[in-house]
Design a protein around this ligand. Sequence first.
Ligand code: AMP
Ligand code: ZN
Length: 119
Amino acid sequence: MSHDPACVFCGIATGAIPATVVARSDRAIAFRDLNPQAPTHVLVIPLDHLTSAAHAGTGREAAATLGEVMRLGVEVAAQLGLAEAGYRFVINTGREGGQTVEHLHLHVLGGRQMTWPPG
Ligand code: AMP
Ligand code: ZN
């Protein structure tokens, strides 16, 4: 596993920083967002440090990591009872994407009606 010692989400991935973990797999971990924007707001991250989607690459390893992050998001959404009513996946990427934590994360938001367009 490759971790950045200065990265908060790497700290959560290793257990050095506490979080409310809701699911984990061999490549990814899901935990509650500290500042929830919906009744259910979970973040899914790869265990390995990956700065953003733009840094993921496009090869097989990227496919496995990105696929596993989304797969675990689907699992968590079902586990938390969101599947029937629906939910939203968001991956903010880079400055204009509104990304504030530089470790790739999938937001899983649910429990209220979402609106479009996003802010
Ligand atoms: P983004 O703006 O897409 O980069 O989202 C970063 C998210 O990380 C925000 O929703 C924050 O509330 C959340 N966040 C930051 N630090 C923590 C933490 N230590 N534990 C859980 N969520 C966090
Ligand atoms: Zn990291």
